[in-house]
Design a protein around this ligand. Structure first.
Ligand SMILES: Nc1ncnc2c1ncn2[C@@H]1O[C@H](COP(=O)(O)OP(=O)(O)OP(=O)(O)O)[C@@H](O)[C@H]1O
Ligand SMILES: [Mg+2]
Length: 361
């Protein structure tokens, strides 16, 4: 009797233990299997040749060391609440690339920053790297850096959105600019068809003479100026439009166009930038492997330029070929109280990014 009882008791315990283990395996098995596959992959990545970036640890403590080239080639998005560490994370591949400059020739990067912090940090690291270099190396790096700082009043960055694209049909170019300007207008203030026709003819005329959009008012309101341009214009269709139809346009149409364009470029920063006669050719800059830093923050934020802590995070938004454009805080909607940021950023995104990047933005 005692033996049987002991046997049942023992077997029961054994069974219970085995059942518990089996259920635990069922519950955690897939997680453990995926962790082990991820660990294996991470170790393989860490063993790959070439420069690496340490981006943090997995939730189970495995270091995440990623080949720099994978981060630069990847298309990703980093999200997180305010102060979550997005900018610090984006700095990791940038800092590694800067550390390897000017020897790093198979990749480059660009920064388009609405808040200024990523721009400032990248600029600071580039400055520190330049200070470490001498002679030819220093010159080579300095030649690669292109800074477009819309917050600077000392060095205004010209941005003539009517400066034509090379090898592009003029009519296609003007139509595309017209469409972009129309897209920029708020939903309730779209241009009428007549207004769009007036604007298209003005854009064509200005583009022909390489004049910036800020001359729109002169074409609309200054008869002598308009006539001067028309006399020299080689575009028969535009000449015909202004001679035959322009003066018949309704006051309301002209007034609405004027008001909308004025509102779009009301801020002094945007106006200054758009008044230039030239524009950076982002496609060429990209092809030449330049490091392009664009600051759209029209006020300097208080920036802490101490060396960055090692942040952890998700994938940065780095994409395309050649110098990759890394967007930080491009959600212009987040700057509703600072229209400068929104307008300029949207202008940059819509007008200037190479088409290959445009598709993704
Ligand atoms: N991995 C990290 N470890 C420790 N501190 C960090 C880490 N990442 C960021 N921080 C700290 O958090 C602060 C905010 O980080 P960061 O500016 O990158 O956040 P953000 O998500 O870009 O914020 P915002 O939404 O305001 O732009 C940093 O100044 C830094 O002090
Ligand atoms: Mg940030």
């Amino acid at each position: 009797m005692i033996t049987l009882w002991a046997r049942d008791r023992l077997t029961g315990r054994h069974l219970k233990r085995k059942t518990r283990e089996y259920l635990e395996k069922l519950e955690h098995g897939p997680v453990l299997a995926s962790q082990s596959a991820a660990t294996e992959l991470l170790r393989q990545m860490a063993d790959e040749p070439g420069p690496k970036v340490s981006v943090g640890k997995t939730s189970w403590g495995e270091p995440v060391i990623v080949p720099l080239i994978d981060l630069v080639k990847a298309c990703g998005l980093t999200t997180g609440g305010m102060g979550a560490g997005k900018t610090m994370f984006a700095m990791l591949p940038i800092a590694e690339m800067i550390r390897l400059l000017p020897g790093l020739t198979n990749m480059s990067f660009g920064v388009l920053d609405a808040k200024g912090e990523l721009f400032e940090r990248a600029l600071y690291l580039l400055g520190a790297r330049l200070a470490q270099l001498r002679g030819r190396e220093r010159e080579a790096l300095a030649r690669r850096i292109v800074v477009i700082d819309f917050s600077s009043r000392d060095a205004v960055s010209p941005y003539n959105i009517l400066a034509g694209w090379p090898y592009t049909d003029q009519d296609f170019f003007v139509t595309s600019r017209l469409e972009t300007l129309r897209e920029l207008l708020p939903a309730g203030e779209k241009l009428s068809l007549r207004g769009a026709a007036v604007l298209k003819n003005i854009l064509t005329l200005l583009a022909e003479f390489n004049l910036p959009l800020t001359y729109l008012e002169a074409v609309l309101g200054d008869d002598a100026f308009r006539q001067k341009l028309l006399l020299r214009s080689k575009n028969a269709a535009v000449r015909a439009y202004f001679q035959r139809y322009f003066l018949q346009e309704g006051k309301q149409t002209i007034g609405a166009l004027r008001a909308r364009m004025e509102a779009l470029f009301a801020s002094a920063g945007v106006h200054l930038a758009l008044s230039g006669s030239t524009a950076p050719d982002f496609k060429s800059l990209q092809n030449e492997g330049k490091i392009v830093l664009v600051n759209c923050a029209l006020r300097h934020p208080a920036v802490d330029l101490r060396p960055a802590e090692q942040p952890a995070g998700n994938l940065p938004l780095v994409r395309g070929r050649g110098p990759e454009f890394l967007f930080d805080e491009t959600a212009a909607g987040g700057y509703g109280d600072r229209p400068d940021h929104g307008t300029l950023l949207r202008l940059l995104l819509l007008f200037s990014l190479p088409k290959s990047l445009h598709r993704h933005s």
